[in-house]
Design a protein around this ligand. Structure first.
Ligand SMILES: [Zn+2]
Length: 330
């Protein structure tokens, strides 16, 4: 009998769900907006209903449903399946989401931080296949990070490990959402990237972007990538600066963790030719040669399904719940 799991990706504005086979294939997708289900009880009821619906569909296809995995933003007590808070979703303070969902769906439920889930998904089904030691980063408004060591997610005793976006690269740098200054996120996140380009345009640097913005196009990392594709000097330079900073942080991580693979996903990483060659070169220059030689930097492979497939991977990987201390001895 084939096995499947339900993957649930809870975001600030929407919830994505999928029925995922044990080989990582998405069989059915479902989605709904969180704003239509205000408050904890309404959201929980809708979530349970949709999970049961996908489970029923799996059973109709003759599959055994191994459980449901939930990836959610913010800090999560993985062992107890406990969410401290969901950013942007009111009413979700200190919720034992695992037991609440297990009771309502009759399925075993696993919960983890969304970036951790994505890292695990990429390591089992995506660009990290075959690598036992991997770092995954999602580059968006913020930077989500996940670390897989010896084939298992590394959480730490407070489940707060892998906050790679909050590695400080300049103690006097811009204020970060976490309260610190100069975190890598404040240099590589979408907001900073666009702000940096805007400031250079305002200083009068020549760029095709000035004309495009005057014509009413929105200044986004994607637009800057299109300008860089045409060889626009400012755009090419800003990508190089961004990729160099990212590469510098990754070189440090390579020296600390000696991963086999680094998986980069999210909007900024979509601009492959402006990110990957520079990052790879910086790693070669700045990481210990022996560690740099054993790592490959690759684009994420799961695309828009990364969240749900990663959440389903939580079920398939069946990380023991006794991982409280983050120890990897068994
Ligand atoms: Zn920070």
């Amino acid at each position: 009998m084939k096995t499947a799991a339900i993957g649930v990706d809870i975001g600030g504005t929407g919830v994505k769900l999928a029925l995922v086979s044990s080989s990582g294939r998405v069989l059915t997708r479902d989605t709904f907006a969180t704003r239509d289900h205000a408050g904890r009880e309404a959201l929980l009821a809708e979530l349970s209903r949709r999970i049961r619906g996908l489970a029923d569909e799996g059973r109709r296809r003759g599959m055994r449903i191994a459980g449901a995995g939930v990836g959610a933003p913010g800090p999560i007590d993985v062992e107890r399946g406990f969410v401290y808070f969901f950013p942007n979703i009111p009413g979700w303070k200190n919720a034992p989401i695992r037991s609440l969902l297990e009771r309502r769906t009759g399925l075993p439920v696993r919960v983890d931080n969304d970036a951790n889930a994505m890292a695990l998904g990429e390591s089992i089904f995506g660009a990290g296949r075959g690598a036992r030691n991997l770092i995954a980063l999602t580059l968006g408004t913020g930077i989500g990070g996940g670390i897989v060591m010896d084939g298992r997610l590394f959480h730490g005793p407070a489940y707060s490990a892998a906050e790679i976006g909050h590695i400080v690269i300049n103690e006097n740098g811009p204020k970060c959402g976490c309260g610190n200054r100069g975190c890598i996120e404040t240099y590589v996140g979408n907001g900073h990237f666009v702000r940096a380009v805007r400031e250079r345009l305002a200083r009068g640097e020549k760029s095709i972007l000035s004309r495009w913005v005057r014509e009413g196009r929105e200044l986004t990392p994607l637009l800057v990538a299109r300008a860089a594709d045409r060889g626009d000097r400012l755009a090419v330079d800003q990508w190089r600066i961004t990729a160099t900073r990212l590469g510098t942080v990754l070189a440090g991580l390579v020296n600390v963790l000696n991963p086999e693979r680094i998986v980069l996903g999210g909007g900024i990483a979509l601009n492959r030719k402006h990110i990957f060659p520079v990052v790879t070169q910086v790693l070669r220059e700045k990481a210990f040669p022996i560690a740099a030689r054993s790592v490959r930097v690759v684009p994420a492979a799961l695309g828009t399904d990364a969240g749900t497939v990663g959440a389903a991977a939580l079920v398939f990987a069946s990380v023991p719940r006794s991982g409280k201390t983050g120890r990897r001895d068994s």
